[in-house]
Design a protein around this ligand. Structure first.
Ligand code: NI
Length: 167
């Protein structure tokens, strides 16, 4: 296993749509393991393959707290098939935009259909932080970042600060 480099905004790859995975081979399984290690190392609670430069619809999430038993979930081709009417506004960050946070509306609960790492079609009902986290990661698969959900003004302030720090 190895720790991968996490792409940072404004890397253009982060704006591309990831492709569906049709074959879950050793390469995908190894990528999943490396993504998990990379996420734990960061540390973060979610990571999409595009964030390590692979444009494939694979995400990993684990919202277990420090000291708790780890509970990683790999989701291949995740699809939100149901969402609650209730939206919750809460603070979010992203490993690709380190040091910046913003309040984003997310569905309080949702149902996600996905293939597990063995290729079995599965679904889960999630709520709260896990629901937020999965919606954030599915966004990544579509080239969307959390700052895209902020007001134009807030987004531009963050992007200008990033630009300035990169000079
Ligand atoms: Ni993110």
């Amino acid at each position: 296993m190895s720790i991968l480099n996490i792409l940072k905004e404004p890397n253009k790859l982060l704006r591309q749509k990831s492709a569906e995975i049709h074959v879950i081979d050793e390469e995908i399984k190894n990528l999943a393991k490396d993504m998990l290690e990379t996420m734990y190392n960061a540390p973060g609670i979610g990571l999409a393959a595009v964030q390590v430069g692979v444009l494939k619809r694979l995400i990993v999430v684990d919202i277990s707290k420090e000291g708790e038993k780890k509970n990683p979930i790999f989701l291949i081709n995740p699809k939100i098939v149901w969402k609650s009417d209730i939206l919750v506004n809460n603070e979010e960050g992203c490993l690709s935009i380190p040091g910046y946070y913003g309040n984003v509306d997310r569905y309080e609960s949702c149902k996600v259909e996905y293939l597990d790492i063995e290729g079995k079609l599965n679904n889960i009902n999630v709520s709260g932080l896990l629901s937020r986290c999965i919606q954030h990661e599915v966004d990544h698969c579509n080239g969307v970042l959390f700052i895209d959900h902020l007001s134009q003004l807030k987004r531009e302030i963050i992007q200008k600060k990033i630009q300035k720090n990169n000079l």
